[in-house]
Design a protein around this ligand. Sequence first.
Ligand SMILES: CC(C)(COP(=O)(O)OP(=O)(O)OC[C@H]1O[C@@H](n2cnc3c(N)ncnc32)[C@H](O)[C@@H]1OP(=O)(O)O)[C@@H](O)C(=O)NCCC(=O)NCCS
Length: 201
Amino acid sequence: MGLFARAREIALAEASPTGEGRSFDFRGGGGRIVWIICVRRVFVTPQVSLRDMVAGDLPIFFEQQLDGEAGRMAAFTAKDPRDRAAFDARWAKILAEPSIRKATVLVDGRVAGQILGAEQFGRPSVCYWIGREFWGKGVATAALREFLARVETRPIYARAAADNAASIRVLGKCGFVECERDRGFAVARGEEIEEVVMRLG
Ligand SMILES: CC(C)(COP(=O)(O)OP(=O)(O)OC[C@H]1O[C@@H](n2cnc3c(N)ncnc32)[C@H](O)[C@@H]1OP(=O)(O)O)[C@@H](O)C(=O)NCCC(=O)NCCS
């Protein structure tokens, strides 16, 4: 598929993740919005791809875990993000567990973050983390979209702190819709907070 056709497809999916808007007349008002997204995606979005996760990626994920602002957004994090031994033990299990789907996110060939697909609260779920230097460029959205194309389990769920607007937006752009609210103790915040549960399929 050509670059422009791909951008058009992404723009349509983004403008209407549920598919309802796919009949946009490209010459009309809705079409203008789609064209703007097309241009933005072609010229601004970096090249995002997924590859198998390897142990060599872990030091980068650990550095990302040390980012306090990111931890606050994610909220439900490791008890002590600086505890390297606990991090290594957790990730050794993740890497060794075949039922956990995992992918390293690359941006222009550099490791930018990760996506995991695993059972959470008894449901197939996804979660992700992107390094701060890559935020705000559509990276999580492109990576999650690609991941969901590979992991066909539906329905599939995701949880986000109710104030993690960026993550909720990413999920929305990938077609997730809110299905529940929950409360849980957010280690990174030291308090119980509200969570949004979102569902795809
Ligand atoms: C959440 C996270 C994955 C987003 O990654 P990203 O690559 O910046 O996401 P994208 O660029 O694909 O999309 C972000 C969207 O949120 C929007 N957004 C960002 N901050 C926002 C805010 N405070 N309020 C509303 N929308 C916001 C962006 O504008 C963008 O939407 P747009 O494309 O319509 O403009 C990233 O910040 C991250 O990894 N954070 C730390 C870990 C985390 O929170 N993981 C998710 C756990 S549920």
